[in-house]
Write a protein that binds this ligand. Sequence first.
Ligand code: PLP
Length: 396
Amino acid sequence: MYSQNPVFIPGPTNMPEVLRKAVDMPTLDHRSPLFAQILRPALAGVRKVVKSDKAEIFLFPSTGTGGWETALSNTLSPGDKVLAARNGMFSHRWIDMCRRHGLVVEVVEVPWGEGVPAARYEEILTADKGHAIKAVLATHNETATGVRSDIAAVRRALDAAGHPALLFVDGVSSIASMDFRMDEWRVDVAVTGSQKGFMLPVGLAITAFSPAAMAATAAAKLPRTFFDVRDMANSYANGGYPYTPAVGLLNALKLSTELLLSEGLDNVFARHRRIASGIRAAVGAWGLQLCARSTDLQSDTVSAIRVPEGLDANRIVAHAADKYQVAFGTGLGEVAGKVFRIGHLGSLTDVMALSGIAAAEMTMADLGLDVRLGSGVAAAQEYYRSEHASEMQAAA
Ligand SMILES: *Cc1c(COP(=O)(O)O)cnc(C)c1O
C-alpha cells in the first residue's frame, strides 16, 4: 500500500522528489566520458560533506554494512586486534563482523544509552605498549539508542596514549546530518550509506579513507575482491569502475551533495538540531524519557523513547503503522520492546516533524497511555515558534 505520510524511521529516510528523479536515468555507458562527469563531482561532493581535503572516497554498490566490511578488509589482517565499544545494536553488529573476519576484538561493554567511553579507550590504549591494537572502532551515532558519541574525544584518547592505531568511525546515521569532521578528528575510515543523511534510496556504501588507511591497504591480508579499494582507486583514476556502477544512484548522490552544500552544512546540522529539539520537547511533555542518559549524548537524527513499564513498545510501532500508516522504528537488541524510535534525519521540516509527533500521540492514547492529545505537539510548536523567531531576529 502506498502512503503519503513521511516515514519516521532512522533510515531509509524521506526522499526529496528531485533526488528520486535523479536516480531515474536512461541507460548510460559507464565506460564513456559521460560517466566520469557524474562520478567525479559525486566523489568531490562527498569529500566536502565529510569535511576532508585528503580523504579518498570510495562508493560501492552496497549498504552501510558493506562500508564496514570495506574498512576492515582493506586495512587489517587475520588475528589483528581491534578495540570497540558495544553500546547498541549497530556497534554490536560491527563487533560481530570483526569476529567473523578473524579479528580479535577487545570489547568494552557499555550500558545501552551511553556513548563510546573515550577515557576507558585511553586506559586500554595506554596499556597496549606493544601496539597490538591495529584499529579503534567508534559508532558516531548509535541508531539503536539515539546516542551521539564524541569522536574528537576518541581521537584525543589515541593521541594521549601516543597510539598509532587507525580510527574507524561508523557515521551511517550522522554523516550529512550531524557535524562530522574527518580531517580535524583524523578519522582514518569513515563509513555511511546512501539511504540516511544523503536522502537517497538504499544501494551505496559510502566510505572515506585517510592517507594512513590507504597506506595500510598494502600490508592488509584479509581477503577482499568486490570491496578492494585499490581496484576502485585504479579505476577512478580513469573515471571508471572495476565493475558495473549504480549509475542512477551515483547521479543522485552528486545532486544530493549539491543540495546539502548549497543549503550549507552548518544550516543542515542546525535544521537537524532544531527538529530534534522539538521532538525532545514533545517527549518531555509526554512525561517520557529518552534512552540517551544525558543531554550531551542526545542524537539529532534519532530519538529512542522509553515506554512505561508493562507496555511492549513494539505495539506502538505496529499500531501507528496499522491505524495511521506512519512508520516509527522498533527497539533493537537489548532495548527491544522497551523503546520506540522516531527517526528525524534527512529530508524533514518542522511541519513534518509535528505530524509525526501528532501520530505518536494518537497511537499512545489509543493504547491507553497517559498522554494528553496535543501536549507534545504544543511543546514542539512552542519550540519551533521560538526558534524561528530568534532566527528571524538574527537575520534582521
Ligand atoms: C543503518 C545503520 C547501519 C547499517 O547500514 P545498512 O545500510 O543497513 O547496512 C550501520 N550503522 C548505523 C549507525 C546505522 O544507522
